[in-house]
Design a protein around this ligand. Structure first.
Ligand code: UT7
Length: 331
């Protein structure tokens, strides 16, 4: 029997129009363009403005972009996964609403939350459903409205994050393209260093939690940085060694966009030059679950059938990992 692999057959994206520059941030907190650029690589990010617009707004737009470009009919989609740390509502699955809005009337859908690793883990989930033969079209969307959980008085976090969404369609492939290998990890030690303290089951929302600013992202940047650098580099290197890949076999490194310095450290360990590293952190900042699919959409025109891609991510929890995928089409 021919082996079924899970290949990405189409991508789409959406970023909001509003551009939040380093200059504008200088008017909110004690920071400056030189510090932000040299410490993170970020020049600007996109922010979703507009009353009542949540993560689903961007997820729908990214999915519609993919559907329009790929010419598939939404009724053919079997499953919609929304990878997100900022769902529209605490309980009702954002994915269910997104699926209905895009016309995926035959799909079942749910959200997947693993902070900045959500999309990477979602790639594993989507691929497993395809490889099992149970479903034929799984739409994975990474979307986050980070501006909804950021304190714009906290210079340690407000300079980093932005809003956006990206989508990828997973389909069966019998030529060997698609996901080849994965190495995913987590360590609960991380929740002291990157989290939102209130609003969950440990500390439900109250007047006091709101007054104490406990509903915003808190990050101990230096500690997270150290874990991110070593873990992203370790797992990426592991993908190469256990698949007998040399630097010249890799066409693209697709790293989570948290900090340019983390990306460069990972690239150095893998041994690839900057021309092989996908990067858009300068224009979008860290969009959490959306960084990886936004990269795919931005670089789609440069990708060729058979290209070897190494994905790597690190995020809250801690959660992290790497995936080796063979690109399946020329655009
Ligand atoms: O995607 C999920 C995972 N997240 C990450 O991977 C993020 C990992 N962490 C980072 O990217 C970096 O730690 C940050 C970008 C958050 C911070 O950069 P850093 O080089 O680790 O800075 P730091 O926190 O060690 O602070 C260095 C100095 C401090 O001043 P002193 O104590 O040396 O006088 C800070 O107070 O920079 C100061 N500082 C700032 N200065 C200007 C901190 N934030 C700012 C700022 N503007 N926004």
């Amino acid at each position: 029997m021919t082996k079924i692999t899970a290949a990405i057959s189409a991508v789409g994206k959406y970023v909001p129009d509003y551009v939040l520059t380093n200059k504008e941030l200088e008017s909110y907190v004690d920071t400056n363009d030189e510090w932000i650029t040299s410490r993170t690589g970020i020049k600007e990010r996109r922010i979703l403005k507009g009353e009542g617009l949540g993560t689903s707004f961007m997820a729908i737009k990214a999915a519609e972009d993919l559907i329009q470009k790929s010419n598939i009919s939404p009724e053919e989609i079997d499953m919609v996964i929304v990878a997100t740390a900022t769902p529209d509502l605490p309980v009702a699955a954002t994915a269910a609403y997104v699926a209905s809005q895009i016309g995926a009337i035959n799909a079942f859908s749910y959200d997947l939350q693993a902070a900045c690793s959500s999309f990477l883990y979602g790639m594993s989930t989507a691929s497993s459903y395809i490889e099992s033969g149970r479903y034929k079209k799984v739409l994975l969307i990474g979307a986050d409205k980070m501006s909804s959980i950021i304190d714009y008085n906290d210079r340690a976090t407000c300079i980093i994050f932005g809003d956006g969404a990206g989508a990828a369609l997973f389909e069966p492939n019998t030529e060997g393209f698609g996901l080849q290998d994965e190495f995913l990890r987590s360590d609960g030690v991380g929740r002291d260093f990157l989290r939102i303290e209130a609003g969950g089951s440990i500390m439900p929302p109250s007047l006091e939690t709101v007054k104490a600013n406990k509903h915003y992202v808190y990050q101990e940047g230096r500690t997270v940085f150290k874990y991110a650098v070593s873990n992203m580099a370790d797992v990426s290197e592991k993908m190469l060694t256990r698949n007998n890949l040399k630097e010249e076999d890799i066409q693209w490194l697709v790293p989570h966009q948290a900090n340019k310095r983390i990306i460069e450290a990972t690239a150095n360990r893998v041994g690839v030059g900057p021309e092989k590293v996908m990067m858009n952190i300068h224009k979008y900042g860290n969009t959490t679950s959306a960084t990886l699919p936004l990269l795919l959409a931005d670089y789609e025109n440069q990708l060729k059938k058979g290209d070897n891609l190494i994905f790597a991510a690190f995020g809250g929890g801690f959660t992290w990992g790497a995936i080796y995928l063979k690109w399946a089409y020329n655009s």
